[in-house]
Ligand binder design. Structure first.
Ligand code: DON
Length: 532
């Protein structure tokens, strides 16, 4: 609980950096920038300079802001680049190594965000430089994850990165990243140009040459982070502000919330088979639309208004059967023509001025492509796999897509990231988001429904077991801790159930009346909440 401001992130050091910046007089945007830079050092699985993300903010001056710093397909990319001559899809190439990397967006995104910050950029980047240069002490979990990837780090790198060691990492070791510190200093001194031009750009392009990747000087020079309108909608008197295309997150959340809005979930109760079944069926239908209709709107006309129209959504639910699971192969994306018309990370911040910021950033898979830019010390993303590399071929998260999300030069791959802010009486009320690939929108959906419909505490809304349906594959994924009797009831309705150890790492802030700020870090990781 805090009264001035709070920061929740996936790493204790990063949360402390955010808090430091708030106490120094920075606003929530300052804290979000410094935290992301710190995460690029202390949380290399997902924090990054070589990836991308989305920022959603509600500023105290009333501005509702979305900044898109999603990676882009390089200029030399093309629709069939991950297909063998006989058409065989090569997800090994879209998920690992140089060719899997999109043009990074993070540094441009941080610089674009900085327009809304108060402190000089060099102040915000200083903690990250210090952490990279002097190192930081790693936990057992961090040691384990580095050890597990030694073979892949060797295979996908042309120069030995700081993560590789001849002896095993153990808890208490210090991870020092000198090359990364130098890259951060170039960004401190030259801003965006310290990354997209000059020495860093040269190191990226040289790495591409050594590893047969395709990112060019021109791709780097032309990269822009884009301020966009957030995707917003009303839900029972609340205003929900989330990320629109090129993330599917905000639109999926909108569809799912509207499909349950009039169905009196409260009467069923939290984790009742009726409620979980209804929510899973809603998720199934939203994801069928994702596969058909969603992609980068700079390249493809996504019928956003049509697929969020309330009549359309009512029609989508017309074949819902409370007793029986639908079969995904029989559920198609809604027709709009007829109607005319594993690792990622999230951070939530509020400050004492009333600004709220939700940021989700990613390299896509844990440690992205596993390729570190030689001499520059940062990992490249494997975000190209978020495109539909061939219609119907599942990506890392089992998601399928079509023309809407096909690869084209300069296009942004479709995301599921859902940084979200809910307003009550016009003021930030809930700030939420999570990693988890396609489970992101459904986790955010559940966090919101848990609070707004079931009246759960903020803690329970995050901690209690989650579930997920994404149309294809036709399975209902549940967390191991999910109640066995509810599972059995769902199976009796015909759901095919798959169990996973954890879904997401949700970071949630609730601002209660009287500005009592409750910040919840997910217990599924080593996440941490700080406030003052
Ligand atoms: O943008 C997306 O939807 C994915 N690249 C996010 C990946 C992710 O959340 C991995 N986390 N576990």
């Amino acid at each position: 609980m805090a009264s001035n401001g709070a920061v929740v992130t996936a790493h204790p050091i990063a949360s402390k950096v955010g808090l430091e910046i708030l106490k120094l007089g920075g606003n929530a945007v300052d804290a979000a920038i410094a935290t992301q830079l710190a995460l690029a050092v202390v949380y290399p699985a997902a924090g990054n300079l070589g990836g991308g993300g989305f920022l959603v903010a509600k500023l105290k001056n009333g501005v509702e802001l979305a900044i898109d710093y999603r990676e882009k397909a390089p200029g030399k990319a093309h629709a069939d680049m991950y297909l063998d001559p006989d058409g065989t899809p090569r997800t090994d190439k879209s998920q690992y190594g140089h060719l899997s990397a999109g043009v990074p967006g993070t540094v441009a995104g941080l610089c674009e965000s900085h327009r809304h910050a108060k402190l000089p950029f060099r102040v915000l980047i200083e903690p990250a430089i210090r952490l990279a240069e002097n190192g930081f002490v790693i936990s057992r979990a961090e040691a384990n994850s580095l050890n597990a990837l030694q073979e892949q780090f060797r295979r996908y790198n042309t120069q030995t990165p700081a993560f590789v060691r001849s002896t095993a990492w153990k808890a208490g070791d210090t991870l020092v990243q000198k090359d990364l510190a130098e890259t951060l200093k170039r960004i401190r001194d030259k801003g965006k140009n310290g990354f997209y031009r000059g020495k860093t750009a040269r190191l990226i392009v040289e790495e591409m040459k050594r590893g047969r990747g395709i990112i060019s000087y021109k791709d780097l020079k032309n990269y822009r982070a884009v301020p966009r309108d957030p995707h917003s909608f009303e839900y029972k008197g609340h205003r929900v502000i989330s990320m629109g295309m090129p993330s599917s997150g905000g639109v999926l959340l909108h569809q799912m919330m509207k499909m349950i809005e009039d169905r009196n979930l409260q009467a069923f109760g939290f984790h009742s088979p009726e409620a979980v079944h209804l929510m899973a069926e809603v998720e199934r239908r939203a994801f069928a639309d994702r596969a058909e209709h969603m992609g980068d709107m700079d390249f493809y006309k996504v019928p956003v208004a049509d697929i969020t129209n309330e009549d359309y959504l009512r029609e989508r639910m017309s074949d819902f059967n409370p007793e029986k699971a639908s079969i995904s192969s029989a559920i198609r994306a809604g027709s709009v023509a007829l109607r005319e018309s594993q690792q990622t990370t999230h951070l939530s911040v509020v400050d004492k001025e009333g600004n709220a910021v939700a940021v989700t950033i990613t390299l896509n898979n844990s440690y992205g492509s596993k390729t570190v830019v030689g001499g520059a010390g940062f990992l490249l993303n494997d975000e190209m796999d978020d495109f539909s590399i061939k219609p119907g071929v599942p990506n890392l998260y089992g998601a399928v897509g079509s023309r809407a999300n096909a690869i084209e030069p300069g296009k942004r791959m479709l995301s599921s990231m859902t940084p979200t802010i809910v307003l009550k009486n016009g003021e930030p009320y809930i700030i939420v988001g999570t990693p988890g690939g396609t489970t992101i929108p459904t986790s955010v959906f559940q966090a919101l429904v848990n609070i707004l419909e079931f009246g759960l505490s903020a803690e329970d809304a995050v901690y209690r077991p989650k579930f997920h349906h994404q149309w294809q594959p036709d399975v209902l994924t549940i967390e191991k801790a999910f109640p066995a009797d509810v599972r059995a009831a769902l199976e009796a309705k015909g759901h095919k159930i798959r169990e996973v150890s954890a879904i997401g790492r949700t970071e949630l802030i609730v601002v209660h009346p009287g500005r009592r700020i409750e910040a919840i870090a997910d217990i599924r990781g080593e996440d941490s909440a700080e406030g003052y």
